[in-house]
Design a protein around this ligand. Structure first.
Ligand SMILES: *Cc1c(COP(=O)(O)O)cnc(C)c1O
Length: 371
């Protein structure tokens, strides 16, 4: 690859990935059975402080499995953020349920005050997404879910390692899902994890993950429900275990990158830096900024300018209310905050162990673009 080219994200391999992968290959366990699966699941559960971790093929399927295990189906409403990566919403649609979008608050996440208002007799669950590393107000969402007897599912794909009021993201929901795609905090190439403290849900999720096979030789090929093949392989788990051993280092690296960006960009007029809150630990999965009118150049112009300096950036998500795929699910509510994020947001290169000099290079290019 071009040495000058600066991608927005790239995976970092720490060393043990190759060793564990070799061990898995040597052992012959290359499919979805084998010792690394259990080792990775156990280590992951311990790292978050929950009873159960169940590995899966990816986070999209994790979310699908979570909603299926909770019995979410046609006619049910699931409350989701309007400003979100699309996977959690697809999971709702896979189940033929109805996503009910909620506008963003000042943390770029689902606004809990708007959630309370959106609940109807058909609401079954709140699917909270922690976007770009800053946790949603999940403690309040938990209270709302309890008050209205709703399930709470967390999509923690972008906030692995984050916390709200000192408590780990992923421990508030009845179920939480993580992604190990190549740009996430830890990666298995493709992969995901479901966590829960509920023994019964864990059992049901494991059963559904693997085709709803019967539990003994007699019943093995008798299927009581619709199952899925969402199993992670032992090879992926081997990589995941090595990645997990270095999760704290990866997180530390992301936090110092964010701090350095804050310092380098803080003085530039017309840039809104990512949110920080006293009650939350933002893990800065991406470092996103909003380009305000005061900046003097449009977002498109800035993006082109950075691109000409071989610096890759990415625009923020397109909100649900603007998604062609959801036309007809149309809501009459307006979503001014999600619109603003969609129109002004841009995120900059940031990944574990990214060279610190990149930050200055990006900041200089942004400053020059203003003139
Ligand atoms: C990455 C991501 C997903 C999807 O993860 P995959 O493992 O790629 O399926 C889901 N939700 C959010 C918020 C994400 O950022």
């Amino acid at each position: 690859m071009d040495k000058e080219f600066q991608p927005v994200a790239q995976p970092h391999l720490w060393g043990n990935e190759r060793i564990y992968l070799d061990e898995a290959l040597e052992s012959g366990w290359i499919s979805s059975r084998g010792p690394f699966i259990e080792r990775f699941e156990q280590a992951f559960a311990e790292s978050i402080g929950v009873a159960h971790a169940i590995s899966v093929t990816n986070c999209t399927n994790a979310l699908h499995l979570a909603l299926d295990a909770l019995g979410i189906g046609p006619g049910d409403e699931v409350i989701v953020p309007d400003f979100t990566m699309i996977a959690p919403v697809f999971a709702v649609l896979y189940q033929r349920a109805t996503p009910v979008p909620i506008d963003a608050d000042e943390t770029w996440n689902m606004d809990p005050d708007a959630v309370a208002v959106a609940i109807t007799p058909r609401t079954r669950a709140i699917l909270a997404v922690h976007t770009y590393g800053h946790p949603a107000r999940i403690d309040r969402l938990r209270e709302i879910a309890d008050e209205h007897n709703l399930w709470l599912v967390e999509d923690a794909a972008e906030a692995h390692g984050g916390a709200v009021l000192g408590r780990a993201v992923g421990t508030f929901g009845d179920i939480a899902c993580f992604s190990f795609y190549a740009n996430k905090l830890i990666t298995t190439g493709e992969g995901g994890m479901i966590i829960t403290n509920c023994d019964e849900l864990a059992k049901r999720i494991r059963w559904k993950r693997s085709m709803c096979f019967g539990s003994d030789e007699e019943s093995r090929f008798t299927h009581e429900s619709i199952g899925f093949n969402y199993r992670m392989t032992n090879l992926q788990a081997a990589i995941g275990l090595a990645q997990l051993e270095n999760a704290a280092a990866a997180l530390g690296s992301k936090l110092s990158i964010a701090q350095a960006y804050d310092a380098a960009l803080g003085e530039i007029p017309g840039l809104t830096l990512p949110p920080r809150s006293t009650w939350a630990k933002n893990v800065f999965w991406v470092y996103g900024v909003l380009i305000q009118d005061e900046f003097g150049r449009s977002r498109v112009e800035l993006q082109q300018e950075l691109s000409s300096h071989k610096i890759e950036t990415r625009r923020f998500f397109t909100p649900l209310h603007r998604q062609p795929v959801l036309r007809g699910n149309g809501s009459l509510v307006s979503f001014p905050n999600a619109d603003l994020l969609c129109e002004r947001g841009l995120y900059l290169p940031s990944f574990p162990c990214m060279c610190a000099s990149v930050i200055q290079r990006v900041a200089d290019a942004i400053r020059r673009a203003r003139r």
